[in-house]
Ligand binder design. Structure first.
Ligand code: 9MR
Length: 381
């Protein structure tokens, strides 16, 4: 058992009076320590945490994680809802919280087709913006946002989800692409490098473990590298379920992107345990499915048998991540605990999902212990 530094003990005693008075649970290891020699372990964090609305979650985040991604607060609609009107209050608080607790802060995201206000793509008289107008808006936005945090952000998800899920084209049909052509991606990377020369710059997407989509993304990133675009890494979002994707595909995906000379990150990890009618892996925020009681079977809690399957699945995934620790910079969970996961609202709103390592009461689940065991095993001589 590793000994915990004093700060960590102080943090854990903030978690809850119950934890503080239970010596066995006080010894819950911290992911940031278990994987300190392997990769950063991060969480997406909502604005409520630095705002002090949830001190127990704040203590958990500070103690467990070595990286923080603002879940929504750096998206275009949050920071620049109207032309030239910026609101950095929530983002500032999250960045400061990460710094205070010695966490690497990740910027998410500069250029995305979603969560971008309609005015960005609009021109005069109900027409779409001209290429020149849109280029100007992209530059002003990246300058303002990446420029504001220059030197404080480890890396930016510069372009998010630009590759097509299917169809003949490599890239998704989006207003960015319709107005600027395929080169909008390279332009975004160049502007981000100018705005924050030291930040690592990433392309981020879901479903890259699926061979056809992966092929399109590999072609795109290879071309960007060949043209000298300033791209440092790729984020595999990691919205998985108990079966999909097979570990061998995760392994191949990390290997193939890393072979391009890119740093690889798992950026939005969660393991969906609920049934779904839609395609596995397509984490498109626009996807919606209608609800039905049989699609929400674990309202009263996760049965032991499923807890064990989730634990085995996480052990399998971390086995793959640890084998690639030389090329893997970070593994970030999309949320600090089950109650805060977007999967309670997507693709069916209002369900009770259990995709993360900490439950709704912030207790570590069997999956947490399985991940810690995988880390300890990899560290053993
Ligand atoms: O978790 C985020 C959720 O709170 C938002 O409502 C949603 C739309 O902005 O975005 C979620 O995060 C997404 C991330 O930004 C990009 N990849 C998919 C994530 C889950 O939808």
């Amino acid at each position: 058992m590793r000994t915990l530094p004093l700060v960590a003990l102080a943090a854990v005693s903030l978690l809850s009076p119950r934890l503080a008075s239970a010596p066995a649970e006080m010894e819950t290891p911290a992911l940031r320590e278990v994987f300190a020699r392997d990769f950063l372990v991060g969480a997406a964090v909502p604005a409520a945490v630095p705002a002090g609305r949830d001190p127990r979650v704040a203590a958990l985040v500070a103690r467990q994680f070595s990286a923080l991604t603002p879940e929504n607060e750096l998206k275009w609609d949050h920071v620049q809802p109207r032309p030239g009107e910026f609101d950095f209050r929530a983002a500032d608080a999250l960045v400061a919280f990460g710094e205070k607790h010695g966490m690497a802060v990740i910027g998410h995201t500069l250029v995305w087709h979603s969560q971008t206000p309609a005015w960005v793509f609009a021109g005069a008289d109900g027409k779409p913006a001209s290429a020149e107008e849109l280029r100007g808006r992209m530059r002003a936005h990246i300058d303002a946002v990446a420029g504001r945090y220059r030197g404080r952000i480890l890396g930016w998800d510069v372009v998010n989800e630009a590759v097509a899920d299917g169809g003949p084209d490599e890239l998704r049909d989006s207003p960015w692409r319709r107005i600027l052509g395929d080169d909008f991606i390279e332009l975004a990377f160049r502007l981000a490098r100018e705005a924050d020369p030291k930040a690592e710059l990433y392309y981020n997407d879901y479903n890259l473990e699926q061979p056809a989509k992966r092929k399109r993304a590999l072609a795109l990133l290879r071309r960007l590298k060949e043209r000298g675009a300033p791209i440092d890494g790729v984020g595999l979002q990691g919205h998985y379920n108990l079966k999909w994707p097979p570990a061998a595909e995760v392994d191949a995906t990390i290997r193939e992107f890393s072979a391009l000379g890119l740093k690889v990150m798992i950026t939005e990890l969660d393991v969906d345990v609920l049934p779904s009618r839609g395609p596995a892996g397509v984490a498109d925020v626009a996807r919606r499915e209608s609800g039905a009681p049989e699609l929400d079977p674990y309202r009263e809690g996760l049965p032991d048998e499923v807890q064990q399957r989730l634990a085995a699945r996480y052990a399998e995934l971390f086995g793959v991540f640890l084998r690639h620790r030389e090329s893997l910079g970070r593994v970030t969970f999309w949320g600090p605990h089950d109650g805060a996961s977007w999967l309670n609202q997507w693709p069916v709103p209002g369900r009770r999902n259990h995709p993360l390592l900490f439950d709704r009461d912030l207790n570590p689940k069997p999956a947490f212990h399985a991940v810690v065991a995988a880390g300890a095993k990899a560290a053993a001589p």
